[in-house]
Design a binder for this molecule. Structure first.
Ligand SMILES: [Zn+2]
Ligand SMILES: [Zn+2]
Ligand SMILES: [Zn+2]
Ligand SMILES: [Zn+2]
Ligand SMILES: [Zn+2]
Length: 335
């Protein structure tokens, strides 16, 4: 038996990519290595293969549910839309009401050929920034469209700059993972390293070249501040932290950071004891805002303090920056 035929005879309930990664049946791409996949009728089950894409189909189908090519055969095809021919399940009715059944994750109806949408909220952690289908946070490649599942390819310059800013500010990489996602910007404390940035700010309403640069850098830096704090959460229970920022664990609605607040480059005059208006909302926002200014000013406290002086900031604000700098320094020494 040749290597090829052995690979082809892998049982369909444990499909794997050539890279070895386990796949869900009918994923067009491997989420780990990005290789395109082909789901042939092996072992023979459904009874036919699409002449165009080569994927398994039922001889009863009128259209290929994977590529929408017409596969109608006068002798074999069903005379009217069926619920589920042999080898297929009916997971839902066709979105367009043609009367036929569709099986997850078919992108097209095998009867009328029209595109189908699937609610994948319970199956995946997020949505691909490119095709909006479900993806998990760890996936580098979208199993549906094959593009970068993190969406980071849409903001490469901003990510390079943020990485440089962190390095210059002396903040060691704590393993954060930035994901461009529809919905809200924020960090879930249960997944401290996953930093979600609202995709709408990057694509969509504004053209890419029109996004205020400072906004995107500011937003990412702010969210990284949340991630940094969740990652170093034990620090929030120290006396020094609580005296300076307050009780970080006090009741707080899940953060839904609005981008407008992070456009501002200069330190605000009010409120006196917080670096920005947004910072006054909650100790966690206070920290994230302090972190944002610290990072975007490259950790240069002398310049930052001159600005705080001009803006007549209270002593509390200086203390926050000093505490942050000391902590970042202590992390470096410890390493
Ligand atoms: Zn693979
Ligand atoms: Zn096809
Ligand atoms: Zn249909
Ligand atoms: Zn995609
Ligand atoms: Zn925030």
């Amino acid at each position: 038996m040749s290597a090829r035929s052995r690979r082809d005879s892998v049982p369909s309930d444990d499909p794997r990519c050539r890279c070895g990664y386990p796949l869900d049946r009918f994923w067009p791409f491997c989420p780990d290595c990005g290789r395109p996949q082909s789901w042939r009728d092996t072992p023979p089950d459904a009874g036919d293969q699409c002449p165009s894409c080569g994927w398994a189909i039922s001889p009863k189908f009128l259209r290929c549910p994977w590529c929408a090519t017409m596969v109608y055969d006068e002798k074999l095809s069903a005379k009217k839309p069926l619920k589920a021919p042999k080898g297929y399940r009916m997971d839902a009715k066709c979105d367009w009401g043609c009367g036929g059944g569709v099986q997850y994750p078919m992108p097209f109806c095998p009867w009328c050929g029209r595109p189908q949408s699937w609610n994948e909220d319970d199956r995946f952690e997020g949505e691909c920034a490119h095709c909006t289908r479900g993806v998990d946070d760890w996936m580098d490649n979208c199993p549906w469209c094959g593009h970068d599942a993190t969406g980071r390819d849409l903001i490469p310059k901003a990510l390079v700059q943020v990485r440089q800013l962190l390095r210059v500010a002396g903040v060691a990489d704590w393993g954060y993972r930035i994901l461009l996602r529809p919905g809200v910007s924020g960090v879930d404390p249960r997944y401290p390293k996953v930093v979600e940035i609202e995709k709408r700010y990057v694509t969509g309403v504004r053209r890419r070249d029109e996004i205020p640069w400072s906004m995107l850098i500011g937003l990412i830096s702010h969210e990284l501040g949340h991630s940094f704090l969740y990652h170093h959460w034990h620090w929030t229970s120290t006396r020094a932290f609580q005296r300076t920022f307050g009780e970080a664990s006090k009741a707080y609605r899940i953060n839904d950071d609005a981008w407008v607040d992070f456009q501002r480059r200069r330190v605000a005059i009010t409120p006196v004891d917080h670096v920005s208006g947004y910072a006054a909302r909650h100790p966690q926002e206070d920290f994230a805002e302090t972190f944002r200014y610290y990072v975007t000013r490259r950790g240069r406290l002398r310049e930052l303090f001159a600005e705080l002086g001009q803006r007549r900031k209270g002593a509390a604000v200086y203390e926050k920056f000093i505490l942050l700098k000391d902590y970042i320094q202590s992390l470096r020494e410890w390493r």
